[in-house]
Design a protein around this ligand. Sequence first.
Ligand code: ACM
Length: 512
Amino acid sequence: MSARRAALPQLVPRPHTLTPHPGRFPLGPDTALRAGPGAGAAVALLRELFAPVTGGPLDPGAPGGRIVLSSDGDPAELGAEGYALTIGPDSVLLRAARHEGLLHGVQTLRQLLPPAALGAGAGPLPGLSLPCLRITDGPRFAWRGAMLDVARHFQPASYVRRFVDLLALHKLNVLHLHLTDDQGWRIPVPGYPRLTGTGARRRESEGDGTPHGGAYTRAELTGLVDYAARRGVTIVPEIEMPGHTRAALAAYPHLGNRPDVTLEPWTRWGVCENILGVHDEVLDFCRAVLDEVMDVFPGPYVHIGGDECPATEWHASTAARERAAREGLSGPEALHGWFMRTVADHVVARGRHPLGWTGNGAELPGAFTVAAWLDPDHGRTAALRGHDVIMTPHRSTYLDYPQSADPAEPRGQDGGVVDLRGVYDNEPAPPHWEPEATRRILGTQAQLWTEYASTPAQLEYLAFPRLCALADTAWSTHRDWPDFRRRLDHHHDRLAALGVRARPPHRDHDGA
Ligand code: ACM
């Protein structure tokens, strides 16, 4: 029993059912790869990932054992993103009801290879084989994501593509790109060239004396959208408003409440008092930005921020107070809800879903899907108010907090520790919640804020292995910490082969 158990494939996230069978399917230069109905894109991805290590072209007519992918499966049986994988000694059959399921199955096949086969430039590996087995699999939640903050520290499109690859490996299907903030604006917008000029570069960060900047071109962003889609990942763009906008105000002071004051992109972290004004030109600006964002990012969701917006400047501004009165609002604080509603109407008019950061959703209209980032119970209250909810509670999904209280741990966000166990124990829809709340929980995602992570190595240290725990929580209904730890031990070898600078397992002092 123990030998058989040791040989069981250790997959992350955990598949719904896995039944091992005797034997192995040999993979080599003469292996054939065939596309059944609707499988073209998944076959292309499998060929891209497998051909270098099998050493053959994976032609449909090759004389060896065959791998067949087909999306003619029954959705009632397999689910929208599910798949069934049968590996026998002579053939591999991967079936799904949809393209997305096939892409997840391709990632499972990838994890069934020896870890060395995942490394870039591994080259042909003689004697490769896959274990015979049957897997039926599908996710618990439709929204399984990670937010990457490219505003605090910019990462080039080439790195974002690698990050997409890492998400796809873990069957995570949403990349939320935080594209703008006080410290930098990263997306070009026609008619507003200074956003990615003045607005994309800051003089220093917290007194370090080192300038930082960067912005994407439109072609890089549309290329990223396409690259991610081919891996089953949807990009959700975020444009922060009306707070967290100082980089835009540095570029265009007339968008603020004090057009006479010249600002620079913020050189500090935290919550900034400079926010957008509420005059018509600002609303026109927001609509122009969102029009470009919706042209570049075709996905259903557009995140429009909404968090941490002090109303100090609105209180001090005659124009803002007059706007509040004209709109029949109780006072300048109420401009926040009015602003979000007004901008969201534009997103809704174009057939998209606005998404916002919120506490309990009270300030946002029902059209908003909300990311509940404070108390997890806010997610429940927001759901009961009728919002769809993404669970993003900071105490278990903010990966910018340090992973332990060890003083040797790299600097992270102040105010807490989020350890691996804490991420794993995040329950996006607790069983004691009302069914009408649970029904509206779309899923969960990790947050990689980057105040303290400027390089890919620092980012990946924060992300891994905690993102593996989040992927397991979002995908599988099965909660079993020792089982997760066992699978993760194997999975670390895959991450190492991929060059991921994960936090080493020996540093975990979390009661494994
Ligand atoms: C947030 O962490 N301010 C959403």
